[in-house]
Design a protein around this ligand. Structure first.
Ligand SMILES: NC(=O)c1ccc[n+]([C@@H]2O[C@H](COP(=O)([O-])OP(=O)(O)OC[C@H]3O[C@@H](n4cnc5c(N)ncnc54)[C@H](OP(=O)(O)O)[C@@H]3O)[C@@H](O)[C@H]2O)c1
Length: 346
């Protein structure tokens, strides 16, 4: 059996391009005692991979020549472990390849070690939820939105909860979760098309294009009483603009630095005065600390999806060979919603 893989060609310094990757073919491995061989159906492409190829992500670096990492959903095609049968649907971290070896979850592993392991987790998908959604809105990005909203933003009814990258996987889920908890969801996104999508598809109260002059005034007008909670995905000028319209006691969750993922230098940060003046609470957030809540989020999220209270949007790419180009677009901000590679037919 042939195993197509996408390898990192060399360590990347700037914004990734398709030339930074190479597609190679080898023979698929055989499962040994205690292992399973998983055929990938869907692969998730995520911004953290942009840090990993620069050797800067907490989950580890990708060495030149190494297989790109990534969350996947697949089927067991060969089992040498009593807990798995051929045909079982599993979630694992096979990376950018068609076949991978996985093992049973280590009951003693927790936190990041468990989240980034090569364990295969049986997946019981709800009938009304597409399989790929378990990599997006009901996967790692959705868990980021859910656990972050509950533990950092703590929205109260009527409060203004703002997220940047609102059309993306994390932001679109976060705004809907805050809205479903009674708050007003306000988005920030990088184009008029993204803003229209955020309001029409995800039901945010408003969405502001931060690339348009005067966006801070538009944000202030959309948030009477100020910003009570803000989830920041980018850092830089957008974070600076939002802290200037914080409500007293505002909560800020720092979850990502899109502005820095594509550069090798550090960008200047915002002035800290407004944090102090507003007695704001700023919290750093790492999803790996919250995997114990994944089952809770999947049950609630799937219920909301059934009730029409949680929408999601995927950009689906057919075939592993197109992953490098899709990933380059993700890191350039040119994608909308959760980026999924359909590697094989379900
Ligand atoms: N802390 C954690 O545990 C954790 C877990 C998951 C994800 N994250 C972070 O959450 C953020 C969103 O992740 P996601 O999966 O939902 O991705 P995504 O939003 O689907 O895609 C990234 C988006 O970032 C925005 N962006 C802002 N500044 C940018 C810049 N300088 N260059 C390129 N894009 C820029 C773009 O949207 P606009 O055009 O609308 O600006 C782009 O579409 C990322 O920063 C990610 O690393 C953190």
């Amino acid at each position: 059996m042939k195993n197509r893989q996408v390898l990192l060609r060399h360590t990347v310094t700037g914004r990734p391009t398709p030339e930074d990757f190479t597609v190679s073919e080898s023979v698929a491995p055989e499962a040994r005692e205690g292992e399973v061989l998983v055929k990938t159906l869907y692969l998730s492409l995520d911004p953290y991979m942009g840090s990993a190829i620069k050797g800067r992500h907490m989950s580890g670096a990708v060495a030149p020549g190494g297989v790109m990492p990534g969350e996947t959903i697949g089927r067991v095609v060969q089992s040498r472990h009593a807990k798995f049968r051929e045909g079982d649907l599993v979630q694992t971290r096979a990376g950018w390849q068609e076949y991978a070896i996985a093992v049973a979850p280590d009951p003693h592993a927790s936190g990041m070690a468990a989240a980034i392991s090569r364990a295969a987790h049986p997946l019981a998908a709800a009938a009304h939820v597409p399989l790929s959604a378990y990599l997006g809105v009901l996967g790692m990005p959705g868990l980021t939105a859910y656990a972050g909203t509950l533990t950092c933003l703590e929205p109260k009814p009527g409060e203004n909860i703002v997220t940047s990258a609102a059309a993306g996987a994390v932001g679109s889920a976060l705004g809907q979760i805050a809205r479903n908890m009674g708050a007003r969801a306000i988005g920030l996104a990088g184009s008029e098309a993204k803003c229209a999508h955020v309001v029409q598809r995800f039901g945010f109260a408003a969405c502001i294009n931060y690339k348009k002059p005067g966006w801070q005034d538009a944000l202030a007008a959309a948030c009477p009483g100020g910003v009570h909670g803000y989830s920041d995905n980018s850092g830089g000028a957008v974070l600076e603009g939002v802290v200037n319209v914080l409500a007293p006691g505002g909560r800020i969750m720092l979850i990502g630095l899109m502005d820095q993922y594509n550069t090798s230098e550090r960008l200047p940060g915002p002035a800290l005065g407004p944090f102090i003046g507003k007695r704001a609470r700023v919290t750093g957030f790492v999803v790996y600390d919250h995997y114990a809540r994944l089952g809770e989020w999947r049950r609630l999220g799937a219920t909301w999806m059934g009730e029409g209270r949680l929408a999601f949007h995927e950009e689906r790419i057919d075939g592993l060979a197109k992953a490098p180009d899709a990933f380059s677009r993700l890191m350039a901000g040119e994608t909308m919603g959760k980026l999924i590679v359909a590697v094989a037919r379900e």
